[in-house]
Each structure stands twice: as C-alpha cells, then as structure tokens.
Design a binder for this molecule. Structure first.
Ligand code: BTN
Length: 278
C-alpha cells in the first residue's frame, strides 16, 4: 500500500529530491504490499523518532518510513547513525503485537535474521549475525538494528529501525566500536535500493509472522546458523566495562546470550559483545 500523505514538516524542510519511490517498492512486493504503508522522505531527523511519534498518534501496523538522509540518525546506546542516499539504506517499520512485553524478547534477533536472509537472497556472501542485533559482513558491521518498544492499547508496538551500509562510511567521522563493512564489498553492481528494501520487507513479513506465532524459539536454530561468533571466546561489555567473559554458546529461547564461563552457563540480557583475542 502506498500512502498519499500530506507534505510533512520534515519533507517541507528538505531541499533534496527523494530518491526512493514507494510505488516501485510496492510493485516489487506484489500482493505483500498490502501489509505495508510506505512513505519515503528525502530527509528527516530520524525515521525511528518520526515513526514513534506517528505510532503514538495511531499509525497502523506495517507503516514504514524510509529516508534518503537522516540528520540525527540514532544507534544503540546513544550512538549516532550516519546516512546518505548513495551510501546507505535507512528505514523504520512499525509493527504492532498483541500481548505483553515478555512476548517480544528476542525480537531484535529475529529481525536480524530477516535482514541477513534478505542480504543473502540479494546475492551477498559472508553475512553473519552478532548478538544482539548487528549484521556482519566478513566480520565487519554492515548493518544495525534499533528496536524501540512501547505499550499501546491492546498490546505492544515496536518501531524497528534498520540501517544498512551500501558504501563504507567516511573514515574518521565517527569512532567505530566495530569495524564497518559495506555491501559494495560483496555485491557488484550494488542492488538497487528499492530491490534491497523489498527483499528485507519480504523476509520481515515471514519472520515477524513466525515470531508472532511462536516467539524467538521458532527462529532460534536459523539465527544460530547465522551466528558469527558461535563457540568463540567473547567479552560482554557495558560502557567499556567487562561484564562477562566466556565461550559464546549462542542465544537462548528468549534471545538471551549464553556464555560458558568457569562458573557455569551465564545468561546475559544486554551489553556490547566483542571477540576476545586469545
Ligand atoms: C546500531 O546502533 O547498530 C543501530 C543502528 C540503527 C540505525 C537505524 S537507521 C534507521 C533508523 N532510524 C534511526 O534513527 N536509527 C535507525
């Protein structure tokens, strides 16, 4: 579904033409397009910030905001996310779930699986997943996921923000916790961004339906098959402080990270993971 919406403040302020055409994405999706309401912006502060506001005003499940440029793109843990039309694909999707917050544990891992599958279907090789929600390409970070949850009448809403690097971000502009990677490393020519977005939405529809029915447990083995650091020594960091160290056993049925430590198996619910160099 393509929304014919009035010009928003974000669009009015922009001086760039919008390079994503929602009708083209909808055409690529075919009948599945009925499940999405796609709006493209040339520029906005952050697709997730805008979509959260719209969600609070009653936007329907499946609302999608894609922006060529974000002036205040947000990453996890207060980090910034750089975006420009030639270098990336940045969008946010609103999905509504019935039930309580506990039902949504592992959602970010499920979304990562959908993105990884979409990149593979687009021809990328070397795609992996790092807990909790980084998309890796040959060990570098090619994409990130930011999920924001709120309770809403009758259940929960999730604003799922996804950023993918088509080209490497400019060096030195940001202090990268993880070395960046770009799809251009593995795909030549690069897929058209409309095709890439449609591929991700196709996979998201499948994965989110499964997640809604059975939770992360139904996707766990597929996630684990993509898990780049399975059975490898890792460190769990919290703001630079080491929170735990051990052998990475993957994710539990609820998405918690499992670490084999000398004291036994530990379950970790948040933090930044880094490979521990032997
Ligand atoms: C991370 O830190 O790895 C998550 C990055 C998520 C970035 C995306 S880009 C689209 C959406 N809008 C935002 O402001 N952030 C997310």
């Amino acid at each position: 579904m393509v929304a014919m919406l009035p010009m928003t403040q974000a669009m009015a302020q922009s001086s760039f033409p919008c390079l994503i055409d929602p009708a083209r994405v909808a055409a690529l999706l075919g009948p599945l397009s009925e499940r999405f309401t796609i709006e493209a912006l040339a520029e906005c502060s952050s697709t997730s910030t805008l979509l959260l506001e719209r969600a609070q005003q009653g936007a329907v499940s499946g609302s999608l905001l894609v922006a060529d440029r974000q002036t205040a793109g947000r990453g996890r843990r207060g980090r910034h996310w750089l975006s420009s039309p030639a270098a990336g694909l940045t969008f946010s999707l609103l999905w509504r779930f019935s039930g309580a917050l506990a039902r949504l544990s592992g959602l970010s891992l499920a979304v990562g699986l959908a993105v990884a599958r979409a990149l593979e279907h687009s021809g990328a090789s070397g795609v992996g997943l790092k807990w909790p929600n980084d998309i890796l390409l040959d060990g570098g970070k090619v994409g990130g996921i930011l999920i924001e949850l709120e309770s809403s009448p009758g259940g929960m809403l999730a604003v799922i923000g996804i950023g993918l690097n088509l080209q490497l971000p400019p060096a030195g502009e940001e202090e990268f916790l993880h070395p960046p990677a770009a799809l251009a490393q593995t795909l030549s020519p690069l897929p058209d961004r409309h095709c890439l977005l449609a591929a991700v939405l196709n996979e998201l529809a499948v994965v989110l339906d499964r997640f809604d029915q059975v939770g992360f447990s139904g996707l766990r083995s597929a996630w684990q098959a993509h898990h780049a650091w399975q059975q490898r020594p890792v460190r769990l960091l919290d703001g630079g402080r080491i929170q735990g160290e051990g052998l990475c056993l993957g994710a539990d049925d609820d998405g918690a990270l499992l670490l084999q430590t000398p004291a036994g198996i530990e379950r970790c619910l948040s933090g930044d993971l880094s490979l521990r160099v032997a």
